[in-house]
Design a protein around this ligand. Structure first.
Ligand code: 5GP
Length: 176
């Protein structure tokens, strides 16, 4: 069985336009504040790199590494923090940047975990949402695109650690 990316789901141009719009919305809604952008590794790093350059605020950036245990296709909700934030978020306006909300279990865990650390506010920006697979409801404050139940790679997203460098989002198909 081989697995390779096929059809372009979201082009480079469409990604750029949507990310710019998200940046403008965040810039106006956080005006006068100094948000901490929390990038959830690894899949969000390309999206986050573009997004922060579209936000015109005195922001700071921190990283959170997570590993989600599951059967290979779906996370179980058992999430391990593999690399924690380097600074306290107490009293800060925190904006989590996630690549994709699939079942929602990873984000549910992260929101609950970060809330215990006393941020002033805690919001979520997600590039992609797959509502068909949702298991728990997660409030997505800023959303890039809603997509069907397909497995996507590129723009930071991987399949077995490959394809993160594709400039667009592509669907992965499996064939013999
Ligand atoms: P959840 O806990 O919401 O089910 O899992 C979210 C995580 O699963 C995402 O952050 C991402 O790492 C991974 N994931 C879910 N769907 C896809 C997909 O279509 N492509 C890739 N590359 N990763 C996905």
């Amino acid at each position: 069985m081989t697995t390779e990316p096929t059809d372009v789901l979201i082009s480079r141009e469409a990604l750029q336009q949507r990310v710019a719009a998200l940046g403008r919305a965040i810039t106006s809604e956080y005006a006068g504040r100094r948000p901490v952008i929390v990038v959830v590794l690894k899949g969000s790093f390309v999206f986050a790199a573009d997004l922060i350059r579209a936000i015109e605020l005195p922001l700071t950036v921190d990283f959170l590494g997570v590993r989600s245990y599951g059967d290979g296709t779906e996370s179980s909700g058992v999430v391990q923090i593999t690399a924690d934030l380097s600074h306290s978020i107490e009293g800060r306006d925190v904006l989590i940047v996630e690549d994709i909300v699939d079942t929602g279990l990873t984000l549910r865990f992260l929101l609950d975990n970060l809330r215990t650390r006393g941020p002033r506010s805690l919001k979520l920006v997600a590039l992609l949402h797959k509502p068909a697979r949702s298991r728990v409801t997660v409030p997505i404050d800023y959303l890039g695109f809603t997509i069907d139940d397909v497995f996507v790679v590129g723009y930071g997203l991987d399949h077995a650690q490959r394809y993160r460098n594709l400039p667009e989002l592509r669907v992965v198909s499996e064939h013999e």
